[in-house]
Design a protein around this ligand. Structure first.
Ligand code: GLN
Length: 202
């Protein structure tokens, strides 16, 4: 059974822990390097990316986490976690740092005031494209979108309709997965299952 860490400095740690357990993984909350060293994969939860950036520094985890990601540690970030994994961020604070593990440019709080928080059903490549699969309910909470992707990044989901139709909201590059939305709050554990499979395959 893979041991998957959930970065536990800030954000919806409990929901990701439940999702990963439901998907068959053992879970370790990660607040120190000795815990980071033990895990086979890591989830960076939703929350607030500038606070998370600051706390990674306070807990002396920023450089060790970046080093493990460079070594190929599988990672999944939702929402603020996607922002943390990105290689470039638009509309963030000048002093916010990010982990540069995924070749995407992300726009923070991209969906704007009218639709800051919304839900939609969407198709997720590798999950909803198998026989008899239901579409995925996606919950967006002051979410980022992916403004552009590098050539080695696969787009797994886009917004199907409405003012943000076509916007990229789930991506994967090798061992790194990110979603703008929060599968950890819906009780649908298929994204966590997808990530657990990535960790097993790594
Ligand atoms: N708006 C938050 C940020 O910029 C992300 C919101 C979330 O994780 N639900 O970090």
């Amino acid at each position: 059974t893979p041991l998957i860490g959930v970065l536990a400095l800030q954000g919806d740690v409990r929901e990701h822990t439940a999702g990963l357990r439901a998907a068959g993984a053992d879970v370790l909350p990660v607040r120190r390097v000795s815990e980071l060293d033990r895990v086979d994969g890591i989830v960076i939860p939703g929350g607030e990316s500038t606070a998370m950036s600051r706390l990674l520094g306070v807990f002396d985890l920023f450089d060790p986490l970046r080093a493990r990601l460079r070594d190929g540690l599988p990672a999944y970030g939702s929402c603020a976690g996607m922002i943390m994994l990105a290689s470039a961020i638009l509309d963030t604070r000048a002093d916010a740092r990010h982990l540069d593990a995924l070749d995407i440019t992300v726009r923070r709080n991209a969906f704007g005031r009218q639709v800051e928080s919304f839900e939609t059903d969407l198709e997720f490549r590798g999950i909803t494209d198998v026989a008899d699969a239901a579409p995925m309910r996606a919950v967006f909470i002051r979410a980022p979108w992916v403004e552009s992707v590098g050539e080695n990044v696969d787009v797994l989901a886009t917004v199907p309709q409405g003012p943000a139709a076509g916007r990229v909201v789930a991506v994967r590059q090798a061992n790194v997965l990110a979603t703008s939305f929060h599968p950890e709050v819906t009780g649908d554990h298929r994204v966590h299952g997808y990530f657990v499979d990535m960790v097993r395959a790594a």
